[in-house]
Write a protein that binds this ligand. Sequence first.
Ligand code: FUL
Length: 684
Amino acid sequence: MILSAVLISSAFGQVKAPKPYGPVPNENQMRWQEMERYAFVHFSLNTYTDQSWGYGNEDVKLFNPAKLDSRQWARICKEAGMKGIILTAKHHCGFCLWPSKYTEYSVKNAPWRDGKGDVVREMADACKEYGLKLGIYLSPWDRNSPEYGKPEYITYFRNQLTELLTNYGPIFEIWFDGANGGSGYYGGANETRKIDRTTYYDWSNTYKLIRRLQPGIVIWNDGGDRADLRWVGTEAGLVGETNWSLSNAKGEVSWNMLHYGLENGDSWVPGEVNTSIRPEWFYHPAEDTKVKTAPQLMETYYNSVGRNGTLLLNFPIMPNGLIHPNDEKAALEFAKAVKEAFAVNLAEKTKIVASNVRGNTKEFEANEAIDGNKETYWSTDDSVTKASLTIDFGKPVSFNRFLVQEYIRLGQRVKTFTVEALVDGNWKELAKATTIGYKRILRFSGVTATTVRFNITDAKSCPLISNIGIYNAPQILDPPFIGRNQSGEINITPVDAESVIYYTVDGSVPTLKSEKYTGPFQTEGKVEVRAIAYDPASEKNSPESQEKFDISRKDWKIVGIDDIKAKAILDGNKSTAWHQGSDKKMPIDLVIDLGREQELVGFRYLPDQGKIDGAITKYQFFVSKDDMGWKQVDEGEFQNIKNNPLWQIRHFSPVKARYIKLRALNNVYNNDDAGYAEVDVITK
Ligand code: FUL
C-alpha cells in the first residue's frame, strides 16, 4: 500500500494521474460519444416506390413532396432528445437530395420546388435553428451511375463528398453504408457489377479528403477501411452486453468483433447501434401500425446507450415530406420515458466509501464518482484491479436501475463487475455484468435497501470511475403479443404476467371497456385484433398492439414435402422455422395448396428469425388453379433482408388461384439453402 502510494507520487507528493491504458478515444470520438442518441432520416426516391432499395432507374419526376418541412423533422428530433440528424443525401439508387454539379439524377430535375430545391440545405438550416448537429449518409454503392465499378466513379464519389462537406457547414458524422447487391441500372446497362469493397473505394485517400474538409468529423464505414466508428452487426437495435470500444485497425472483422468489440483491439472503434423506429428504413404505408412503442424503444435504449454504444434512431419520411404522426408520438413518449427513468439520481449527495483510493488522495477519492463532474473520477492504485465502492443512502431507498461510467479518455479497463444491495442485513447480488466503457446501465426488479455496493471484480488496469447513478424508473408496460396459429386460434400474451388484457376484433380502439381476454379464441377468415395490457397495481395500460390476419390457413397443405416439421411455415409462430432439404439446389420451390380457390393480390414471406442462413433474396412467385398450369405473377428481390430480416410484403394484380409457388432463385449467402419462418397470402 505505502510502496504503491510512493511509486505514484511525484517529487512534490502530488499523486500522478493514471497513464492511459490501451487505445483511447480522440476528441472527435469523445464529442460523438457524449451525444449518446441522434437521428437518422431516410428519404429518397424509394419513398415514392414503397421499396427498401431503389434500382437506380426510378423516375426523378416521382420526387415531389407537397409538404416537405425539415423543420418538422428537426423539431421532433429535438423534442425526442436527439442531438443530431444524419440525412440520406444519396442512397443506393443514386438519387441526390442536393443539386449536385456532377449528376442530373437529383432534385434539380425533380418537380419539387421546380427543381430549385435542396433538401440538404433545408436540413442544414433546420438543424442549425434547433441546435442539432448535421450528419450525412452517402451510399458508396450507386445503382444509377454509369461509372459505378470503374475508377471514374471514385472521382465522382469524391466530388460529391467535397460538395457535401464544403457547402453545408459542420458535419458531425459521415456514413458510408456497406451494402452492395451488385445488380443495378448503371446508366442503362442493367447488369450486375461486383467490386472489392476493401480496395475499390481507396478509402485511405478518401479519409484524408474528409478529414481535411471536416477536421471535427467522425467517419462510420461498414466493410471499408477501419474508420472512427463501427457497425454492431445487426439493425435490430442492440449491441453485445459485453462491448469493448476496441477493434483492430487492419484485417477481417468478424460478426463477434462488430457485436462485442475486441478486448485487446489495437484501435478505439466504438459501436453505433443503428435501428429504425419502424421495421424498415424507408416509409411504407403498411407499417403505419408497426411503429415501435415506447417500451420497445426503451429496450433499444438500454441495449445501446446502456451498453457503451450510441443510438442512431431512424425516422422514415413520408411521400409528402413529413414524419408520420405515429412516429412523432412514439418518439416523444420514448423521450418522456427516458427522462422519467433518470429524473432523480439517488446516489447524489450520499456517503460513499472506496475499498482503495489512488495514493489515498482527495483527487481520486470515491466522491469523485458522484460529484456530477464527468472530468473527475475515482481511481485505485496502479496495482489494484479489484475494488469496490459502497454507497450509503442513510435510509431505506427503492431503486431498480444502476448506471456507471468509466473515464474513457484514459482507456476502457473494467472486465467484470457486480452490484449488491444490503437488504435486511444481508448482501444480495442485484446484477453481474462485464464491460462498462462510456456508460453501462443495468436493470433489475425493484429493491429497497440502505446500502449499495459496486464491486469491480476484474479489470485490465486500475479502474477509473467517473460517474455512478442509481434510479427508480417507473414501470412502463409492454404491449401484448398477438398470434394466430394455423387453425385460426388467436392467443394474446402479456409481457408482464400480472397485467390484464383487453381486446377488440372489430377494428375499434381497445379500452378497459373492451372484451377481457380469458384465453385463446377461434377466428375464421380475415380479422384485425387490437389489444392493450392493463396493470391493476399502477392503473396504467400499455401502448396498443395490432395484428391484421388474412384468410385462415387451417386447410393449407405444403405440397410435395413429407417433413412434418415444414408445418412451422404455417404455425403463426415467428420463432419457428423450416429449411428445405440439403439435397435441394437453387432454384428451389415451395408449393402450398390453399385448400380452395382464393382471389390473391399478394403474398408475405418471413425468413428464419433465428439465423439468417437461407433467407431468400431473389425470388419468383407463381399461382395455379390445379397445381399443373402455373402463371408467374411476380419476381424481384427482398432488399436488405440480410441486415433487416423483416416480413417481405409483395403485391400483384388480383388473380384467382388455389395453389401458390414461391421460387427461391438466390439467398443471402449465394448457397442452396432456403428457409422460411412464415409464408402467407394477401387476398382481395
Ligand atoms: C443498410 C441499407 O441497405 C439500408 O437501406 C439502410 O440504409 C441501412 C441504414 O443500411 O445497409
